[in-house]
Design a protein around this ligand. Structure first.
Ligand code: ADP
Length: 475
């Protein structure tokens, strides 16, 4: 089930030095992957650069057919992929299966979009001229992905890159390399030519450092933390790389007096606790208007207390472990900080010491305020701090009071109030009465320090394309 090798130019290889991968539910070692380094990083770019002309000049229909085959193989192997994901990442098996479907929806969407990279014919100011605009692939793309969505973050980058005619060097997270390696093996089985996708595991700084210095790598596409994203942007300046950065969020979840409370509570649970809160779009802080605050908070806490936490392989588990000890410590710190500043724990509040794995209880806090870390920094865990507000203007101010701008949620059944709120929020993605807004056909990305560029939708492929303008005189 696990692939313990890396792939460059169609050749799978292992290495003496390895990286160990752990199951966060049990702390058992699942296996090792190669610790590839600078030499392999360079070879991977050589392979991707070599494969580029043929792939870039293949017809869009041909690239599309490879993506379709990859899609079909992912679908056939979804149970294996989901199992690998649960073992290395911890999320419940049904959530892992849902992620595989979601990941695969990007592959099929971009198999279609490959055929729609339309150019333009511009009216010239003289009759002996023809002005054309053509879309061409940016070239070799370096993709760096995180552990929270081990499959979707890969297909969301690779599918549009391949559709556009780019070749790829990929470095998945060291925490979840097995899902990535399996996906790449399936791409190879789909017949995607050697060198078009190369994958390395190992030290991020070494591998990505080589890619950053290499002028043949024309684009970095990264999902991960804001500090690393900023670092990558600085490093990429020397070779003027294009950058797609999906970074941290600090998502506000606003419930007004005019909200349908059943829907709001359902949306809050989905948005907060999917993947144990380890999502950049996860609601991080809740703002509830005074008249409905008590009722919302008590229903939300009651449902949260019923969520079953456990090993993702066991049926009935709704929330798995966090990814590692560092993640648990951060969540603990946020809860302690909030409580020391006056928050009240309604349910949960501590790590599950009786468990071996990295478990934290799903937690609801009330009386939160903006002096608390959990209201100003991304918690990335199952903690829901709730603060009340009086007017919607106040809610907008509180929601926008952050350098982040990825996702925001609004629950209101009053159309005027809802739209006015949505318009004022400085966020790239807004879920209006919707706790799960992500979709392959829609553009996903952040304002402000949450990143650059968009993934998904027809916008998602543009990030992998250059605009070439051709001015033709008389022949
Ligand atoms: P997270 O907190 O989600 O792990 P990171 O930003 O640390 O976020 O990691 C996301 C991805 O970025 C991973 O693949 C990781 O290996 C990689 N990464 C981490 N640090 C660096 C770095 N200094 N340079 C390049 N890539 C990095």
């Amino acid at each position: 089930m696990f692939i313990h090798k890396n792939l460059i130019n169609g050749v799978w290889f292992d290495s003496r030095e390895t990286v160990t991968v752990m199951n966060p539910a049990t702390k058992e070692i699942l296996g090792t992957v190669p610790a590839s380094g600078q030499k392999e990083a360079l070879q991977a770019v050589d392979a991707a650069a070599e494969a580029l002309p043929e792939w870039a000049f293949a017809t869009a229909y041909k690239r599309s057919s490879f993506l379709r085959k990859w899609h079909d193989l992912i679908e056939e192997n979804k149970d294996t992929l989901a199992r690998i994901m649960t073992l290395e990442q911890g999320k419940p098996l049904n959530e892992a299966l849902a992620e595989i479907s979601y990941a695969n929806s990007y592959v099929i969407w971009y198999a279609e979009e490959a055929k729609r990279m339309y150019g333009e014919l511009i009216p010239a100011s003289a009759n002996d001229k023809r002005l054309f605009v053509k879309k061409v692939p940016v070239g070799v793309v370096a993709a760096i992905t995180p552990w929270n969505f081990p499959a979707a973050m890969i297909t969301r980058k690779l599918a549009p890159a391949l559709a556009a005619g780019c070749t790829v060097v990929l470095k998945p997270s060291e925490e979840t390399p097995f899902t990535a390696l399996k996906l790449v093996q399936l791409a190879e089985q789909a017949g995607i030519p050697s060198g078009v996708i190369n994958i390395l595991t190992g030290d991020a700084k070494e591998i990505v450092g080589v890619w950053q210095r290499d002028h043949r790598v024309r684009k970095i596409t990264f999902t991960g933390s804001t500090p690393v994203g900023k670092l990558l942007m600085k490093q990429g300046a020397d070779t003027m790389k294009k950058m797609s950065l999906e970074l941290g969020g600090q998502a506000p979840f606003i419930v007004t007096n005019k909200a349908d409370l059943n829907e709001a509570v359902k949306g809050a649970i989905a948005s907060k606790f999917r993947n144990g809160g380890q999502a950049c779009v996860a609601a991080n802080r809740f703002y509830v208007q005074e008249d409905v605050a008590d009722e919302f908070i008590s229903r939300f806490a009651e449902l949260t207390a019923k969520l079953t936490v456990g090993n993702g392989l066991e049926s009935g588990t709704v929330i798995g472990p966090l990814i590692n000890e560092k993640a648990v410590m951060k969540v603990e710190e946020h809860v302690h900080d909030a409580v020391s500043k006056g928050a009240v724990v309604l349910t949960g509040g501590s790590r599950m010491v009786e468990e071996v794995g990295f478990y934290f209880q799903p937690t609801v806090l009330k009386n939160a305020n903006h002096n608390m870390l959990c209201m100003t920094e991304e918690t990335f865990g199952p903690v829901a701090p709730v603060m009340t507000f009086q007017t919607v203007e106040e809610a907008v101010k509180l929601a926008n009071d952050t350098p982040y701008g990825l996702a925001a949620y609004v629950y209101s059944s009053d159309i005027n109030e809802a739209l006015s709120l949505v318009e004022k929020l400085e966020y790239g993605v807004v879920g209006l009465n919707d706790g799960m807004p992500s979709a392959a056909q829609a553009p996903f990305g952040g304002f402000k320090e949450s990143g650059n560029g968009r993934e998904g939708g027809r916008q998602g492929i543009e990030d992998y394309l250059e605009v070439k303008y051709i001015s033709m005189g008389s022949i």
